[in-house]
Design a protein around this ligand. Structure first.
Ligand code: SF4
Length: 457
């Protein structure tokens, strides 16, 4: 059977500020790993290589030299976000230069589905585009990509098997992922998952089993899995059951998840902490009623903020680190932003770290036109009206009183106000820095960073 090579597209530059410490971050493409796992479980010799921040030409050359690019099997390229499109253009061009007959298949639902005609025009060296979420069809894609007839590309159920990390190049440097649910459907206007229904959470006994299995793949208890769900929403009973399963299996694994601030009770947090939860990424976005309503985050901002207070305090009381994601949204003013900062100040002792930045519009001009109109109606202006056509990424000046440059300054100020250097390192090394990368490596890298660009104090 042919070797199937899957490449997770890299990025020319980090999503946010470009610096040595930002370029150290690596993101496991667990969607691509799901496909690689299916192929591996079917008997294919499979490998998944992440482009990271390596130059696409150098990356293609290294795959060519180690022989994997020259194999008879197709090359599958997964493009996880629009930030990876420019890298993918250069990578596919270079692959064709090295091996003109190599067939390239591209997937990555957020990028490929949004506007199939546009994406084809951006990637002229690609033969086949696979839309949607691919599951069982991957076997057909691997053997005969151009003949594929996919019936159920949008199958939403979370696979019941565990991800098999050893197929990833240098897998032991990546923190593992365990997928727990898909979708969300809570309607936040800026979010790709806004209309995609939430699936059922994996059962607690299955999740605990997968944690043990991942620990065995790494032969290491110190792994820190990311329990992947766009909207992790367990109830009290589910959390109690997970704590029991983890205790019975004598697991001592710390893990991380992402959710809304109004998704779980204080008691649920206590049980999850007993089951190993250590870091929670909270899509708070704002603490100002005007902005919460404008972005569709909540219809009842007062209740939303009360829930946020309760959850954040419950996390602090149970030793769970809270990282807040804050969005500088269309229509933002200094006044609305200050309102959010005041709320955060009142909760500062319970906040481990923050990620702050202006909303970004993704997609081709056609795919993004409705959301673009919406943010413009709220007072935002596009930084470059042609960038959607160019690369599918449009930055905004949030409002008449706030330019994109102002938003960047305010983002950095807020990050520094609520995050120390140690907090930043703790959160990044928990999930995103290579597993061997230690505090001294971080300090050494900081010597090469511009202090004015660092998001911590
Ligand atoms: S709650 Fe989170 S995942 Fe769900 S629509 Fe809103 S931002 Fe997206």
């Amino acid at each position: 059977m042919n070797h199937v090579l899957i490449v997770s597209a890299g990025m020319e530059n980090p999503k946010k500020r470009n610096s040595v410490i930002a370029r150290r971050q690596q993101y496991l493409n667990y969607g691509a790993l799901t496909l690689a796992t299916i192929l591996h479980n079917t008997g294919y010799k499979t490998s998944l290589a992440h482009g990271g921040h390596v130059s696409p030409e150098v990356f293609a050359q290294s795959l060519f030299e180690d022989g994997r690019l020259r194999g008879d099997g197709p090359l599958l390229l997964s493009i996880p976000s629009f930030y990876a499109l420019a890298w993918s253009q250069r990578f596919t061009g270079h692959v064709k230069k090295l091996l003109p007959s190599k067939s390239i298949t591209v997937g990555g639902r957020w990028v490929v589905d949004s506007d199939p005609v546009w994406i084809k025009s951006k990637l002229p060296f690609v033969e086949t585009f696979i839309p949607g979420l691919v599951g069982g069809e991957i076997r057909q894609i691997a053997s005969q990509p151009t003949a594929i007839h996919v019936h159920d590309l949008n199958s939403r159920a979370v696979p019941d098997f565990n991800l098999y990390h050893p197929v990833v190049d240098h897998f032991s440097e990546f923190q593992p992922s365990i997928e727990a649910s898909r979708g969300c459907g809570r309607g936040c206007h800026f979010c790709a998952e806004k209309d995609i229904p939430l699936t059922r959470l994996k059962d607690p006994d299955v999740l605990a089993l997968h944690m043990r299995d991942v620990m065995e793949q790494y032969d290491d208890q110190s792994i820190r899995p990311y329990v992947q769900s766009s909207f992790f929403a367990p109830n009290r009973k589910w959390a109690d059951d997970l704590a029991t399963e983890v205790m019975n299996a004598r697991l001592n694994v710390k893990w991380r998840c992402e959710t809304r601030v109004d998704a779980m009770s204080a008691q649920t947090v206590a049980s999850l902490a007993a089951a190993g939860l250590k870091v929670i990424d909270l899509g708070m976005e704002a603490a100002c009623a005007t902005q919460l309503l404008a972005m569709g985050k909540s219809k009842d901002p007062d209740k939303y903020l009360r829930s946020a207070s309760d959850l954040i305090h419950a996390c602090r009381d149970n030793g769970v680190w809270v990282k807040l994601n804050i969005l500088i949204y269309a229509g933002e003013t200094l006044h609305t932003h200050e309102e959010t900062l005041r709320w955060m100040n009142d909760h500062a002792t319970a906040i481990k770290g923050v990620s702050v930045g202006p909303v970004v519009i993704f997609g081709s001009p056609d795919a993004s036109s409705l959301f673009t109109q919406e943010v413009q109606q709220l007072g935002a202006k596009l930084v470059d009206p042609h960038s959607a056509e160019l690369n599918g990424i449009t930055h905004i000046h949030p409002g008449a009183q706030m330019s994109a440059e102002d938003a960047e300054v305010l983002s950095l100020q807020a990050s520094r106000r609520f995050m120390t250097k140690q907090d930043y390192f703790d959160l990044k090394s928990f999930s995103y820095y290579p597993r061997h990368y230690g505090r001294q490596d971080f300090e050494n890298d900081l010597l090469d960073c511009d202090p004015a660009s660092l998001p911590f104090r």
